[in-house]
Design a binder for this molecule. Structure first.
Ligand code: HPA
Length: 266
């Protein structure tokens, strides 16, 4: 951690990020036109290079509407082989840099017929079906307690602000439970049915570990899913990564507008 912080601080000098944003598949366009200091993950001690198509793999430190931000263009996934303590390493780094607020975005599959691709879903809560937990291992008491409470992982205050922003912009917003599985295989139709019965509305392969770590170290978090496809069995088409990235790009512009309005208002 010491080497990571030293390296980043040398690059950003006296820039102090207060808000971190993690961009999901296809949402890289959020950074178009933003000017700042970018650092490829591969250069940062303690980070591993991001390899997934549709992800850029760098940190961008920049000011958006008067707020000092650090943006993750692409994230680390469990299915790439990183342990969860490693996929969430950037969140711990952000905390040590002084970040107090976090926006997590992702591309997700819909588990409900009435939640159509192209929808934006605020995450109200999550189910961790990854089969592991990012806090396994020695607890860092400087970050948080051994057995952290997981009520309101996703800030009610931020969810309300996002809803007000959506209303002003006339953007339809849904709210629901996100369930994370490890991937990289998509779900079977039987698993999709099960997840819906268990109370989930959307499914994906990220976000939950980062949200757990953020809650552990008391970072106020907003989670937003861009619904890119119907999960397996809900439509004739089989989910595929190209479709996920393409829908991320198409419907992503709506989400980018909404996030800009949100940043102005927190
Ligand atoms: N399943 C899991 N992860 C996903 C999906 C899906 O259908 N779509 C985008 N990420």
């Amino acid at each position: 951690m010491h080497l990571t912080l030293e390296f980043i601080k040398e690059k950003i000098k006296d820039f102090k990020p207060e808000l971190a944003i993690v961009l999901g598949s296809g949402l890289g366009a959020f950074c178009d036109g933003l000017d700042g200091i970018s650092i490829p993950y591969g250069d940062i001690p303690g980070f591993s290079p991001a390899k997934v198509k549709g992800h850029k793999g760098e940190l961008l430190f920049c000011n958006i509407h008067g707020k000092n931000c650090v943006i993750m263009q692409g994230r680390f996934h469990f299915y790439e082989g990183h342990p969860l303590c490693q996929t969430t390493y950037p969140i711990k780094v952000f905390k040590k840099l002084g970040v107090e607020k976090l926006i997590l975005t992702n591309a997700a599959g819909s588990l409900r017929k009435d939640l159509a691709p192209g929808s934006i879903m605020i995450i109200s809560d999550h189910i961790n079906f990854m089969g592991s937990n990012p806090l396994i291992g020695e607890n860092d008491d400087t970050l948080g307690t051994r057995f952290p409470d997981m009520n309101e992982v996703y800030s009610k205050r931020m969810r309300n602000i996002l809803k007000q922003c959506a209303q002003r912009l006339d953007i339809e917003l849904r709210e629901g439970v996100y369930c994370a599985l490890s991937g990289p295989s998509y779900e079977t139709p039987a698993e999709v049915k099960m997840l819906a019965i268990l109370g989930a509305d959307a499914t994906g392969m990220s976000t939950v570990p980062e949200a757990i770590v953020a809650k552990h170290c008391s970072i106020e978090t907003l989670g937003v899913s861009l619904i890119t496809n119907y999960a397996a069995g809900l439509s004739d088409a089989a989910p595929n990564h190209k479709e996920v990235v393409e829908m991320g790009k198409t419907a992503g512009s709506k989400l980018c507008k909404l996030l800009n309005e949100f940043i102005k208002n927190i």
